[in-house]
Design a binder for this molecule. Structure first.
Ligand code: UDP
Ligand code: MG
Length: 295
């Protein structure tokens, strides 16, 4: 494909068992992109699907030259998939999008409009999220912590409906870290970021792969500071204040002791977490293995 001119826009879509939505997604995306009157390419990354998603992608590739497909040999996770897709983009602007149609493709022009004058990254901000409350609560915490750590305030770090300028994409790809959270990484490189409100739909087919546990793990280095131990000490302290001394001095003493023991264990856990991460980095294992490319 080296002889072809570079497209203006690249769309990257991670796919993991999304056979139910791919056809609809392609139709809506195709319509939207045609209306922008820009040249474009669509890169699907099949993240080890086992439900026949790859057959659908093969068919799409056969009928549309703008569709390119990268296939992993097994499941490596959404962020690995997006990175692999980004590595193959050639557009001046890269848009990422979920395959499950929770991010309406029709919002892409709005993202592109937000990319004007000096803005390097535009994030979608889901004003009306269609997820269950515990999921929204976890995301709220992740947004707060990520904003604090990255130093760039954003209302919705979890939304993968985003547009990046080529320069930022190249910076992201140059990073060799194994654990990555792309929206946070992008914001550390962007000169200026913007957020535009986007719609969010319920998942119609299949189910979300992010249980609470996976969500926590995704941001674990940001969330290691959260633990039950200090909370237990706070409970004991409150109890002491409300009920008064239950047995002369003993509970206060225990509470103070628990608090400090808790702190120490917490600190030890944190150190262990970092040592583990450093070990992962120095091994320099590849982040994913590609088994097939259609382009
Ligand atoms: N996804 C992926 N690999 C995974 C999990 C998810 O490529 O291991 C893709 C999935 O196909 C979808 C997107 O990432 O296109 C978002 O996944 P999901 O809808 O499960 O997450 P949520 O919308 O709950 O954040
Ligand atoms: Mg989803």
């Amino acid at each position: 494909m080296s002889g072809e001119p570079r497209p203006a826009l690249s769309v990257v879509i991670p796919v993991y068992d999304e056979v139910g939505s791919l056809g609809d997604l392609y139709d809506r995306l195709n319509l939207t992109l045609k209306e922008t009157r820009q040249t474009y390419e669509i890169i699907f990354v099949d993240d080890g699907s086992r439900d026949g998603s790859m057959d659908v992608l093969r068919a799409l590739h056969a009928q549309d030259r703008a569709v390119r497909v990268v296939r992993f040999n097994r499941n490596y996770g959404q962020h690995a998939a997006v990175l692999a897709g980004m590595a193959r983009t050639r557009g001046d602007v890269v848009v990422t999008l979920d395959a499950d149609l929770q991010n309406p493709p029709e919002e892409i022009p709005r993202l592109l409009a937000g990319l004007g004058d000096g803005v390097d990254v535009v994030g979608g901000w889901r004003t009306q999220r269609r997820d269950w409350w515990l999921r929204r609560a976890a995301s709220w915490a992740v947004n707060r912590v990520t904003s604090a750590v990255v130093g760039v305030r954003m209302r919705d770090y979890g939304c993968m409906l985003r547009a990046y300028r080529r320069s930022v994409v190249d910076q992201i790809l140059a990073c060799q870290e194994t654990s990555q959270f792309i929206p946070a990484l992008a914001n550390t490189f962007a000169a200026s970021v913007a957020e535009v409100p986007v719609a969010h739909d319920r998942r119609e087919h299949g189910r979300s792969r992010y249980g609470l546990f996976r969500l926590l793990r995704l941001n674990f280095d940001l969330l290691t500071g959260f633990s039950l131990l200090p909370i237990q000490a706070v409970f004991l302290a409150l109890r002491r204040l409300v009920l008064g001394p239950e047995v002369e001095g003993v509970f206060t003493l225990f509470a103070i002791l628990f608090f400090f023991v808790g702190l120490q264990i917490l600190a030890l856990g944190l150190i262990g977490e970092y040592v583990g991460r450093i070990y992962q980095e120095v091994r320099r294992r590849p982040r994913y293995v590609i088994s097939e490319v259609l382009e």
